[in-house]
Design a protein around this ligand. Structure first.
Ligand code: AKG
Ligand code: FE2
Length: 316
């Protein structure tokens, strides 16, 4: 497969059972083959998207000393600001050429999870940043809920199988700034090849060139979305849970050609995580004689901690 298939969420939420089933089949097939789809018909409207980019650009344009006020120690970069070069892909020593921000869950009616998650960080200089970030978080979370419902049906589970795991889940919205490149990077790239940690990722900002996805022949193909599309991919948690039936595809963000070094890239992934006590044990329905259980039992919380250590965001 050399292109990313495109699907429309309005088919899934229509009351037409044929359209709904077609959506389920198309997204399931895409995730078995390439692990990525471009999705139209999501819940983010144009005004929200424009406002979000405006706020994010304002934030990353703030002086470094101000941004660093929002870099919180000892929380593995899970909220607030993470400065340039700090995160590296699993197995790579060079830091990625990016800085980013994390908005986390807005917990409802659950004191235990409120205490478990780090608190969201407010940017005093930009009151709208906090408000628009929350709105986008909620719309992406809602979109992701429907995508997971479609995948539950594809896997032969109850449609609402994932709902209780993602309600108040440990999802994060990560606006990323890849600044202009000033000198020849030695080994470093904007984002080195990696698989995402979480259940699924909804990516805003894949409209320009840069994001590449590895197909099953090992070739890198460009993943470019239309203006109204989100790129959505399977992460390692869902791939484990489904015994690799749904693929967590390796992807990267390459550096632009030299004539475009002067331009920034902004992208905004929403990493959908479940609550930390969700068991990621391989689903019975995904094991058979030809596909024995390939992953050890673990929980989402244990798996996340293991991976944040590998990314250099928390110390052992
Ligand atoms: O910037 C992008 O387009 C992709 C970023 C990404 O893959 C990630 O942050 O996991
Ligand atoms: Fe990624």
């Amino acid at each position: 497969m050399n292109t990313i298939p495109s699907v429309n969420l309005s088919d899934f939420i229509s009351n037409n059972s044929v359209r709904k089933q077609n959506f389920v089949d198309a997204i399931g097939k895409a995730y078995e083959e390439i692990g990525f789809v471009a999705l139209k018909g999501h819940f983010l409207d144009n005004t929200l998207v424009e406002n979000l980019y405006k706020e994010i650009k304002s934030f990353f344009s703030l002086p470094t000393e101000i941004k660093q006020k929002y870099e919180i120690p000892n929380i593995g970069g899970q909220r607030g600001y993470v400065s340039f070069g700090k995160e590296s892909a699993k197995g790579k020593k060079e830091g990625d050429l990016k800085e980013f921000w994390h908005f986390g869950q807005y917990v409802q009616n659950n004191k235990q999870l409120e205490n478990e998650y780090p608190k969201n960080v407010n940017v005093e200089e930009l009151p709208e940043f906090n408000k628009i970030g929350k709105e986008a978080y909620l719309m992406l979370e809602k979109t992701a809920k429907y995508v997971l419902r479609a995948l539950a049906l594809y896997l032969g589970l109850e449609e609402t199988y994932f709902d209780s795991y993602i309600y108040n889940g440990n999802s994060i919205l990560r606006p990323i700034h890849y600044p202009p490149i000033k000198e020849e990077p030695k080994e470093a790239v904007r984002a080195a090849a990696h698989g995402d940690i979480n259940l699924i990722t909804l990516l805003m900002g894949a409209q320009g060139k840069g994001l590449q996805v590895q197909n099953n022949k090992g070739e890198w193909i460009d993943a470019i979305a239309q203006p109204d599309e989100l790129m959505i991919n399977v992460g390692d948690m869902l791939s484990r849970h489904t015994n690799n039936k749904l693929k967590s595809t390796i992807h990267r963000v390459v550096n632009p050609p030299k004539e475009l070094w002067g331009t920034s890239r902004y992208s905004i992934p929403f990493f959908m995580h479940p609550v930390s006590d969700m068991k990621l044990n391989v689903l019975e329905g995904c094991i058979d004689d030809n596909t024995p259980k390939a992953f050890k039992d673990t929980t989402a919380g244990e798996f996340l901690t293991e991976r944040l250590i590998e990314l250099g965001l928390i110390k052992k």
